[in-house]
Design a protein around this ligand. Structure first.
Ligand code: TXA
Ligand code: MG
Length: 345
């Protein structure tokens, strides 16, 4: 039976989490059970990363293919060498600059680390999260946890505890409510296992941020063929069809979809000529702030709202680009709008 501890809250006023909840979370993890935990990016579905049977429960619960590797979350940056080996100086530099925080580093996997966590790869993804509850739990447990986003495979990542419950109902032993996630998009992933560092997934830590620390240009993300679910054409997707449109295309698109009898919604920012659509009924528009940080924080909630409102088709007018977060926002919107038959389940 799932127990949801405390109430949803904004990142500014997170709910209070007690010593007892953390102790219970650590006990469940040590006993090989799954616990949903808040992180600064999205909620994670955590299992003791040293226990292969517990890690297999993650794949089963998510419906995730066994060859899609998980991220190991650690309390202290220097624990990376419990999981990885031949760790290059670039990894230590990035860890020093951005950990704890929303950055995942991929390095060569230690031979004593079970390959189930790594989806059979000889590399391993490691992240030291900054969220105080994630940190507290990791310290209490005393070892790393494997934690993918706490959603069914291919679906929208959860940014509140209520989203986790919407994904898994009462099938999880414990969902720890840390309020709404501050970043709202998954961590930036950098592959350091090859000679040139490569971004596998853009996030709030941007390419420029990384290049400034490394003092070199980072490789083309498309040159790397490592399996990474965030790199499938369709991912982070709600049930309804998502389509990215320009403001110019919007009026005719709405008219033709309406004429076809589909229930159409619109994701819009508070700025721009989208205001011209004020004539649309309020329940057909999901608004997000145009500030890039707030847009990123609210994006997954907005995609979920599209399903909750019963839309068949969700049109998205791109937010203003040119912010360091734009690459990550665009990536998630393009994946949400990706062709569904490419989603591997
Ligand atoms: O922000 C985050 O990273 C969240 C929170 C919970 O920490 N976690 C997360 O996990 O997004 P997940 O499993 O939903 O996404 C992890 C991504 C997947 O696309 C996976 O394929 C990739 O990381 N990945 C993990 N290990 C890898 C490896 N050794 N090589 C290449 N990609 C890897
Ligand atoms: Mg995920």
């Amino acid at each position: 039976m799932a127990s949801l501890e405390s109430n949803p809250a904004s990142p500014e006023s997170p709910p209070i989490v007690s010593d007892e909840i953390i102790a219970r979370g650590a006990q469940l993890l040590a006993a090989g059970e799954l616990v949903a935990i808040p992180t600064e990016t999205v909620y994670g579905l955590a299992a003791d990363a040293t226990n292969p049977a517990a890690v297999r429960k993650i794949f089963a619960a998510k419906g995730r293919p066994a060859d899609h590797p998980l991220i190991v979350h650690i309390a202290y940056p220097d624990e990376i060498d419990r999981w990885g080996t031949e760790i290059p100086p670039a990894a230590w530099d990035l860890a020093a600059a951005f950990w704890p925080g929303p950055l995942t580093l991929i390095v060569r996997r230690r031979s004593n680390v079970d390959s189930v966590v790594a989806g059979g790869l000889d590399t391993i993804a490691v992240r030291c999260p900054s969220h105080p509850i994630a940190q507290w739990l990791l310290r209490e447990l005393g070892r790393g946890v494997a934690a993918p986003s706490a959603n069914k495979f291919g679906h929208v990542s959860p940014t509140t505890a209520a989203h986790v419950l919407a994904e898994f109902g009462d099938t999880l032993p414990l969902v720890i409510d840390g309020g709404a996630c501050e970043v709202g998009l998954e961590s930036t992933i950098v592959d350091l296992s090859q000679s040139t560092p490569t971004i596998l997934r853009p996030g709030v830590i941007s390419q420029t941020d990384l290049e400034l620390v490394l003092g070199l240009a980072i490789g083309d993300p498309h040159a790397n063929s490592t399996p990474c679910s965030g790199r499938l054409a369709s991912h982070y997707a709600p049930n309804c069809i998502v389509e990215i449109v320009t403001e110019e295309e919007l009026t005719s698109k709405l008219a033709s979809l309406d004429a076809s009898g589909r229930r159409v919604g619109l994701l819009a920012t508070e700025e721009g000529s989208v205001r011209a659509l004020a004539a649309l009924p309020a329940d057909r528009i999901v608004w997000l702030p145009s500030d890039a940080k707030l847009y990123a924080r609210g994006l997954y909630g907005a995609l979920r709202a599209a399903d909750e409102r019963g839309f068949d088709h969700f049109l998205v007018v791109l937010p203003p680009l040119g912010h360091p977060l734009s690459a990550a926002i665009l990536d998630r919107l393009q994946k949400a709008a990706g062709p569904r038959d490419s989603r591997r389940v």
